[in-house]
Write a protein that binds this ligand. Structure first.
Ligand SMILES: CC(C)(COP(=O)(O)OP(=O)(O)OC[C@H]1O[C@@H](n2cnc3c(N)ncnc32)[C@H](O)[C@@H]1OP(=O)(O)O)[C@@H](O)C(=O)NCCC(=O)NCCS
Length: 176
């Protein structure tokens, strides 16, 4: 796992283009290489947001298999916000998503955050099932009832104090 920079643009673009279904369900369009630029910038978090971290998980062969975008102390000082968690199709179900989420949680905790937050497209049932299984809950049930198909609902999960029983999901070996 490592932080991605502008030098990784082509690798990120290839990753995004390999999963058109995700862009379709979230944005009702096909992915384009320029989506990598948007991810590399902090634009999605709005002006004044703290610096975000774009993290990539690579397999032993050097292929980018997972992407995590998150920001600490946003939108509140005690929150870490997950902007994107995406695993390459064909590499899912192997613990990569859980490992990236654990990384975000550890890093957010180290920066004083006490909860993780995220937005998920209301109609994205598969993603919402994943987040529920990871212990996230809807922030507002009212919002859930009124959200249109492309609107997002906000979910959150408390960050537990670090303990010996903390579960980081199935072991996954990722090269640096
Ligand atoms: C959601 C996603 C990131 C999960 O990554 P992953 O590497 O496959 O997840 P893991 O292997 O760590 O699985 C963790 C758990 O979630 C479950 N899970 C994984 N994908 C799931 C899915 N699509 N639907 C329901 N459950 C799922 C696994 O069965 C596992 O459960 P378990 O621990 O009880 O066995 C991945 O499926 C993905 O990239 N989906 C498309 C993008 C997306 O929806 N991102 C999230 C919303 S932005």
């Amino acid at each position: 796992m490592r932080t991605l920079t502008a030098g990784d643009r082509a690798v990120i673009a290839e990753f995004l283009l390999s999963d058109p279904a995700h862009t379709r369900i979230c944005f009702d369009r096909e992915p384009v290489p320029e989506d990598a630029d948007a991810l590399l910038s902090s634009a999605a978090y709005g002006a004044g947001a703290p610096a975000h971290a774009l993290v990539g998980a690579f397999d032993a062969g050097g292929t980018l298999v997972g992407l995590l975008d998150w920001v600490a102390r946003w939108p509140t000082p005690a929150s870490g916000y997950v902007g994107l968690l995406q695993v390459r199709p064909g590499r899912r179900g192997a613990g990569i998503g859980t490992a990236l989420l654990a990384h975000a949680q550890d890093a957010a905790r180290a920066q004083g955050c006490r909860q993780l937050m995220l937005s998920v497209i209301a109609r994205h049932r598969e993603a919402r099932t994943f987040w529920c299984r990871q212990g996230f809950q809807l922030l507002s049930a009212h919002r859930e009832r009124t959200a249109g198909p492309l609107e997002a609902v906000v979910m959150h999960r408390p960050i537990p104090a670090r303990g010996p029983e903390e579960h980081h999901g199935p072991g996954v070996t990722l090269s640096a």
